[in-house]
Design a protein around this ligand. Sequence first.
Ligand code: GUN
Length: 173
Amino acid sequence: MDIEKVNSMDFGEFVDVFGNVIERCPLIAAAVWSQRLFSDLEDLKKHFFAFIDALPQSGQEGILRCHPDLAGSELRRGTLTAESQREQSGAGLTTLGTDERLRLAELNAQYRARFGFPFVLAARLSDRAAVSRELARRLLCPSAQELRTALGQVKKICSLRLADLLHADPAKL
Ligand code: GUN
C-alpha cells in the first residue's frame, strides 16, 4: 500500500485499516485521518506519535490500559486482537509452561499494582526470557520514567504494525 492509497481512504476505511496500530485505540486513527494528506509513511507515523505526546498523563495511561497483559487471561481465552495474538505468539508466549505462565502472571499483577497500568513491551522484538527479565527490571523503575518507557514501547508496536500494513522496512519508519 503506498501513501497515495492511504490519502485516498475515506474515514471508515482509514479507521478499519489503522484502528489498531495503537492497541484498541481506534479513536487515535479517527483523529489522525482528519490531518491528512500525509507526505509519506514517516509523516503518517509522526501524526500518531504526536497525538500520544499531546495527551495529558491520564490519557497516556488510558492508552496503556487498553493493552492486554502479555501471556494473560485474554491469550488463554482467545480474545486478543489479531495483532496482539501474532506478536505474543511470535515471542513464544503462547507455549509457556505452567510455572513460567504463573510467574509472568505474578509479575504482571505486581506491575499493575505498582503503576496502575499493564506492562507493555513490543513483544515482537522480544522473546519469553526477555519478557520476564524486562518485567522484573521495569518493576523497580521510578513511576515517571516507567510511563515514558511504556509509551516508547507503544510507539515501537505502532511502528511495527504500520510497517506491516504498508509493507515497509520497520527500520525506515
Ligand atoms: N506488546 C505487543 N502487543 C502487546 C499487547 O497486546 N499487550 C502488551 N502488554 N504488550 C504488547
